[in-house]
Design a protein around this ligand. Structure first.
Ligand SMILES: Nc1nc2c(ncn2[C@@H]2O[C@H](COP(=O)(O)OP(=O)(O)OP(=O)(O)O)[C@@H](O)[C@H]2O)c(=O)[nH]1
Length: 302
C-alpha cells in the first residue's frame, strides 16, 4: 500500500524536493555564512526540529492519501509551511541581514499562505470524511481503531465487536433498549479451502463480508468473529426482527457465486445462522457463549 502511494505521488515528491533544494541554494547563494561563534545551537535544534516535523507531516500525507483535491491542498499548505520553517532554520547559519531584504521577508510569508491552504484543506477534508463515515456506517460505529481490523475480510475483528456489545449491554441495563446479535457461519468452508486454496478462500471471506455489509440496515454492525464466522450486532432490535434481517442477509450471501478460472463455483456460500436477543444484566462473555453454543447445537442437529 505504502509503495503504491510512493509511486502515485511521484510528481509531488519531485516538487517537494525541488522546493527544498531551491530554498537551500537560494539562501546559500544570497546570504553569507555566520561565523561559527555566532551560531546559537539551541535555536538550531528548536527550529531544525520544527522544520523536520513539518517535513514528516508532508511525508505522512503523501504516503497515506490518494490523489485528489484534499491531498493537493494539504500538500501545498504543508510545503509552504515547511519552506518557512526551513528558512527559519537556515537563518541560524546564514546572515539574512546581509542578504536581499525580500529573503528575510519571505520567512513568515509562506507559512501564512500554508495555513490558509491548510484551513481550506480541512474544510474539504471534513466533507470527504462525512462521505467516508457514511460508507463505513455498517463497518464501524462512532469509534475508529484500525489496529482491530481483520485484513482478510476488511471488517473489524471480534475485539472491536466485544467493545460495542459492552456499550449496548450498558444501554440495555440503563435505558432498557434491547438489542440482538447474530452469527453467520459458512458451510463447508474447510472443503472449499482444500479444493480452491487459501487465496481463493480468503477472497470468499472478503466477498461474504461485503455482501453482509450491503444487506444490513443502517445502524447494524458486522465484524469477523473467527475463522469462517461473522458476527452482527443489531441495536434496538428484538429477536423476531433480528431473525427477519439475518434470514434476508443469509439468503443474499448464499446467492454469491465466485469465479475460479472463468467458471462459477456454486453452493460455496451457503451459511448457518443464528440470532439471540441480549437479556438485562447478562455479561458479554455469557451472551457470546450462548450465541456460539446455540449455533453449534443447531449445526449438530442438521
Ligand atoms: N483461507 C482461510 N481459511 C481459514 C481462515 N481462518 C480459518 N480458516 C479455515 O476455515 C476452516 C473452518 O473449518 P470449520 O470450522 O470446520 O468449518 P466448515 O468446514 O465450514 O464446517 P461447517 O461450518 O460445519 O460446515 C478451517 O479449515 C480453517 O483452517 C482464514 O483466515 N483464511
Amino acid at each position: 500500500m505504502q509503495s503504491n502511494f510512493l509511486k502515485l505521488h511521484t510528481q509531488l515528491w519531485g516538487i517537494l524536493l525541488l522546493c527544498i533544494l531551491l530554498t537551500t541554494f537560494a539562501v546559500a547563494a544570497l546570504a553569507p555564512l555566520k561565523p561559527i561563534d555566532q551560531i546559537k545551537w539551541l535555536d538550531c535544534l528548536g527550529e531544525g526540529g520544527i522544520a523536520f516535523m513539518t517535513l514528516l507531516w508532508l511525508v505522512a500525507t503523501l504516503l497515506s492519501r490518494p490523489k485528489g483535491k484534499v491531498t493537493q491542498l494539504l500538500f501545498s499548505g504543508l510545503t509552504a509551511m515547511h519552506i518557512s520553517m526551513l528558512l527559519d532554520f537556515l537563518d541560524e547559519f546564514y546572515n539574512f541581514d546581509h542578504a536581499p531584504s525580500w529573503l528575510g521577508g519571505l520567512e513568515a510569508f509562506p507559512a501564512l499562505i500554508g495555513m490558509v491552504l491548510m484551513s481550506i484543506a480541512m474544510y474539504f477534508w471534513y466533507q470527504e470524511q462525512q462521505i467516508i463515515n457514511f460508507m463505513l456506517n455498517k463497518k464501524e460505529r462512532f469509534y475508529r481503531e484500525h489496529g482491530l481490523t481483520d485484513f482478510i475480510s476488511g471488517l473489524y475483528r471480534a475485539d472491536y465487536m466485544k467493545q460495542q456489545i459492552d456499550k449496548e449491554l450498558l444501554t440495555l441495563k440503563h435505558h432498557n433498549i434491547q438489542f440482538s446479535l447474530a452469527l453467520i457461519d459458512i458451510k463447508n468452508f474447510s472443503k472449499f479451502n482444500t479444493k480452491y486454496g487459501t487465496t481463493k478462500a480468503n477472497s470468499l471471506l472478503a466477498d461474504i463480508g461485503q455482501i453482509i455489509l450491503l444487506n444490513l440496515r443502517d445502524g447494524d454492525l458486522a465484524c469477523r468473529y473467527a475463522s469462517d464466522r461473522f458476527i452482527i450486532l443489531m441495536p434496538n432490535t428484538n429477536l423476531p426482527s433480528a431473525n427477519q434481517v439475518i434470514a434476508q442477509v443469509s439468503s443474499m450471501v448464499s446467492q454469491h457465486t465466485p469465479y475460479s478460472k472463468g467458471h462459477t463455483i456454486t453452493g460455496c456460500s451457503n451459511v448457518h445462522w443464528l440470532c439471540v436477543q441480549a437479556q438485562i444484566n447478562e455479561q458479554q462473555d455469557s451472551l457470546l457463549s450462548r450465541l456460539n453454543s446455540q449455533l453449534n447445537e443447531q449445526k449438530s442437529t442438521l
